[in-house]
Design a protein around this ligand. Structure first.
Ligand code: SAH
Ligand code: TYD
Length: 396
């Protein structure tokens, strides 16, 4: 596999980096994880192309997240909040505006700089035990630490977890969210597996991890973001009551047999079926002379495109709103990435929704495309052409 976010120029094709993407399950700690991952610096550097603010829906999600944290967990007179993987400051800006002492930790220089330019205090570095110690010495410990879609990116999870313990006040809370294994299996969302996602967490595996570091999961809140995520509330062991939601989630995961290798064999077979169905559909549309364009050059799409073998003959280009991706090519299969505006000027017959987790936001924004006869193809939770909902509901 190439890198999920490894969008590249034509002159870089010959030096493209590939690694072996394979997923393993540990029957002891129940963690689902990649067996091999590129070096962090290869993935998170000055050319990181993902900007949190690129989805309005996610920006609103982070505003609400920040408001909840401020109301429930930052109740002392001069609280201090830290965000790990703060990216362009989409979440931290709300703390900054409210005058809360804050610090973002973000190793990718370009997105960190975007946050700094907005007046958000940011340290450009990888979070680990050593950095946690330094930050605690310079700023004091944090009342709360937050992280979204970051913990699953950190291959040295034990160092990050120990760092959280070092940086957090004894009564403090670590609140983080990541894509949830149950949703991934349930929706056959195999595109959650790419280089940056070293882990795919379950409640059981997270409870096991924090227990090893003297902490515990005290509450949970499922999220709809990224196709189904879980928000975990973590504190030092014994300092806060534990919600019954935690035990219920572990029992549910047991019933779903997340601790059995057979579950993952079945998942693999569903992935193969999904791949075959998508390729049959794309090839059939090509035979009919239809134009298909990809929507959203997501890192997840790299797994789908390369696993299925989707070539530029099947998908003409991928439109995306991110300036640094435009004019480049998709990792591995080298499908051109074009400015989003080309979707409007050259609407295709079919749009393959690579950003399927933003389906509501995108189909609403692109209502005209559907009204004028364009059709959406999705592959999560199953391969299908979306019905033109709005016209259908008007007629009925
Ligand atoms: N929290 C944002 C960004 C998620 S993308 C959101 O949900 O939209 C993952 C981010 O984590 C990237 O910006 C990446 O640079 C950062 N990251 C990766 N490893 C990290 C580490 N060890 N410490 C802190 N941030 C890290
Ligand atoms: P996301 O699923 O968050 O990405 P990833 O799989 O990398 O985590 O989707 C973000 C990408 O989708 C980003 O490149 C911008 C693009 N996008 C659009 O082009 N238009 C849109 O309306 C939205 C919401 C995203």
């Amino acid at each position: 596999m190439p890198r999920g976010n490894g969008f590249l120029r034509q002159e870089e094709f010959t030096e493209e980096y590939f690694f072996k993407l394979s997923v393993a399950f540990c029957p002891v700690c129940t963690m689902v994880q990649l067996t091999e991952q590129p070096e962090p610096e290869r993935m998170f550097n000055g050319n990181y192309p993902f900007f949190s603010g690129s989805s309005k829906g996610m920006a609103l999600h982070f505003k609400r997240f920040a408001e909840e944290v401020m109301t429930d967990y930052l109740t002392t007179s001069d609280p201090f909040i830290v965000e790990i993987g703060s990216n362009d400051g989409t979440m931290l800006q709300h703390f900054a505006r409210a005058g809360v002492r804050h610090l973002g930790i973000e190793p990718s220089e370009n997105v960190a700089q975007a946050a700094i330019d907005r007046g958000i205090r940011t340290v450009c570095d990888f979070f680990d035990e050593d950095l946690a110690r330094r930050i605690a010495q310079e700023n004091g410990q944090a009342d709360a630490i937050v992280a979204a879609n970051v913990m699953c990116h950190i291959s040295d999870l034990h160092s990050a977890t120990e760092g959280i313990k070092i940086l957090l006040k004894s009564g403090g809370v670590f609140i983080f969210e990541d894509p949830y294994l149950v949703d991934c299996l349930d929706k056959t969302a195999y595109d959650q597996f790419y280089d940056e996602h070293a882990f795919l967490f379950s409640v059981s595996s997270i409870c096991h991890l924090f227990k090893e570091h003297g902490m515990e999961v005290v509450d949970l809140e499922p999220q709809e973001t990224h196709g189904g995520s879980m928000r975990y509330y973590v504190a030092r062991r014994g300092l806060r009551g534990t919600s019954p939601r935690v035990t219920l989630a572990i029992e549910r995961e047991k019933k779903l047999e997340l601790d059995r290798p057979e579950t993952y064999d079945k998942f693999r077979r569903r992935c193969e079926e999904s791949r075959d169905q998508l390729m049959d559909l794309l090839k059939s549309l090509r035979r009919q002379g239809k134009r298909v364009v990809g929507y959203g050059a997501t890192s997840k799409s790299t797994t789908v495109i390369n696993y299925c073998g989707i070539t530029p003959e099947l998908v003409e280009f991928i439109c995306d709103t991110t300036p640094t991706k435009q004019g480049k090519f998709s990792p591995g299969m080298h499908i051109p990435i074009r400015p989003y505006e080309e979707f409007l000027t050259h609407p295709p017959d079919y749009a393959l929704l690579f950003a399927w987790n933003h389906q509501a936001e995108i189909t609403e924004k692109e209502e005209k495309f559907q009204r004028e006869g364009g059709q959406w193809i999705v592959y999560v939770p199953e391969v299908k052409i979306l019905a033109p909902f709005k016209e259908w509901s008007l007629k009925n």
